[in-house]
Design a protein around this ligand. Structure first.
Ligand code: NAI
Ligand code: MG
Length: 501
């Protein structure tokens, strides 16, 4: 038997031959004006499999010069190309074709998501299906983006046109290598914009494969451009670029603030989907089994690397111990391992950096007096960025592990007395992305939902999401809403036309 090449070792567990073909394709990874090109500097960087710390692929390291080229292409495609001027029906058909291609290649895309991001393959499959759904949903909007006629003076006819914003810079994180790209592209393209995407440096491969599919679907040259590279260089060049009209960012609050500052140069439109420290409130009358299961999935899915994770669990005093026991029991059944193994229910964190960050929080939690009822340490694996699913009890809302986003499988379980206490503690955070309430009292559920300062509230469920429903933050979780018809506002602007009769 021939010895396995390093790619076979690195992509341990992957099965789809197309994945290996993709990983072996020669470098030249920037997508600019419909062509795959190397970075002008010739620089490259390595993409690692976080499950075994092996190099999966080497991709182009784009920076400012490459962003400039991509913006030129996107500008030309916007000003002169067919995309913004296509009949809505034609644009719909192309977006549906892209959705079809994503579904057709779902197996390959899911393997790439797991390989570079670390999530279990079943979760990656769910993510890819959700990505196709974004394109299907926004394909339907293309022919339904209306202006209005307004009652002006008798000798005037006034109407509005809803037009695309122009060239959109999009900067995405690593925790949803397919889904966040789809959430960015689908509404932008539906509205007739052109885009320059910079995917996270940890997970550029899925985005590159999606770029290939976009071309295959018939999206014209220059409409979708991809610059792989780092945040401080390529990302910053997008945020400050004088010829980008709008920037959409998902990532940390700290970088979100940098983006706002950088955007001031040309006053580009900005939308931000940042971090969270979401309160998940469990009342004593809740369906305990459902609450434990839903809350556990809320903090342990995707290794807890989720912006709207159920990271602060507020539990009514009377049921505090029972709920904590239930959560610990759930965590004890989680199997850490290679994302492709059938028994694995939790993969590694995405990177060494993230691993160290989360381990730092585990230490901080113990130092502050929280009790790690289960977990609290790295996984037993010799290689890979594994962290044990962790349940901290005896947490106070003032502790670091309750204030800062951990972005790992770490639950902070906090006591509350009554409804008012739950709401006040729940809202006592700088974030405001999501929140949840578990109770059988329907009036209380709705009343609490109104009082929670968060962009999404779940009642008796957690992390329900749908392209039809807007998603985004209150407070420092960002501004602007992605998904739903609200995202059309991000990617269009309104022109008022007066006609003298
Ligand atoms: P990050 O915010 O640094 O990275 C997200 C994206 O922004 C990446 O594409 C990165 O290259 C880019 N970026 C970084 N610096 C930039 C800059 N100065 N200008 C423009 N783009 C820039 O997030 P990171 O460092 O990967 O993770 C740190 C923490 O951020 C996580 O622990 C988590 O708390 C939070 N985070 C939140 C996410 C969310 O979904 N809201 C996603 C990823 C991280
Ligand atoms: Mg960073």
């Amino acid at each position: 038997m021939a010895a396995a090449t390093s790619i076979e070792l690195a992509a341990e567990g992957a099965k789809n031959p197309k994945v290996f073909e993709f990983l072996k394709r020669p470098a030249g990874n920037l997508l600019i004006n419909g062509k795959w090109v190397a970075a002008k500097s010739g620089k490259t960087f390595e993409v690692e499999n976080p499950a075994n710390e092996q190099v999966l692929a080497v991709v182009a390291e784009g920076d400012k010069e490459d962003v400039d080229e991509a913006v030129k292409a996107a500008r030309k495609a916007f000003e002169e190309g067919p995309w913004p001027r296509l009949s809505p029906h034609a644009r719909t058909r192309i977006l549906l074709k892209l959705a079809d291609l994503i579904q057709h290649n779902a197996d390959e895309l899911a393997e790439l998501v797991s390989l570079e991001g670390g999530k279990p393959i079943a979760e990656a499959q769910g993510e890819v299906a959700a990505s196709a759904a974004q394109f299907i949903y926004y394909a339907g909007w293309v022919s339904k983006i209306y202006g209005e006629t307004n009652p002006s003076a008798p000798e005037m006819f006034n109407y509005t046109l809803r037009e695309p914003v122009g060239v959109c810079g999009q900067i995405t994180p690593w925790n949803g290598p397919a889904a966040v790209v789809a959430m960015k592209w689908a509404p932008a393209l539906a509205c007739g914009n052109t885009v320059v995407l910079k995917p996270a440096e940890q997970t550029p491969l899925t985005a590159l494969r999606m770029g290939e599919l976009a071309l295959e679907a018939g999206i014209p040259e220059g409409v979708v451009n991809i610059i792989t590279g780092f945040g401080e260089t390529a990302g910053a060049a997008i945020a400050s670029h004088p010829d980008i009209d709008k920037v959409a960012f998902t990532g940390s609050t700290a970088v979100g603030k940098e983006i706002v500052k950088a955007s001031a140069g040309n006053l580009k439109r900005v939308s931000l989907e940042l971090g969270g420290k979401s309160p998940n409130i469990i009342f004593a009358d809740a369906d305990m089994e459902a609450a434990v299961r839903g809350s556990a999935a809320g903090i342990f899915a995707n290794q807890g690397e989720v912006c709207c994770a159920a990271s602060r669990m507020f539990v009514q005093e009377k049921i505090y111990e029972r709920f904590a026991d239930g959560l610990v029991d759930f965590a004890s059944k989680i199997r850490l391992g290679n994302p492709f193994s059938a028994s694995t229910t939790m993969g590694p964190l995405v990177s060494k950096e993230q691993h160290e960050r989360v381990l730092g929080y585990l230490k901080a939690g113990k130092q502050e007096g929280a009790q790690a009822r289960i977990g609290g340490d790295r996984g037993p694996q010799e290689r890979g960025y594994f962290v044990q699913p962790t349940v901290f009890t005896e947490v106070h809302n003032s502790m670091k592990i309750a204030r800062e986003e951990i972005f790992g499988p770490v639950a902070a379980v906090i006591r509350f007395k009554d409804e008012n206490d739950a709401v006040l503690q729940g809202n006592d955070t700088t974030y405001g992305l999501a929140a949840a309430v578990w109770t059988r009292d329907i009036s209380r559920a709705h009343a609490v939902a109104r009082r929670l300062r968060a962009g999404t509230v779940w009642i008796n469920c957690f992390m329900a999401m749908d392209p039809i429903s807007p998603f985004g933050g209150y407070k420092q979780a960002g501004f602007g809403r992605e998904m739903g018809k609200e995202a059309l506002e991000l990617y269009t602007q309104v022109k008022s036309v007066f006609v003298k009769l």
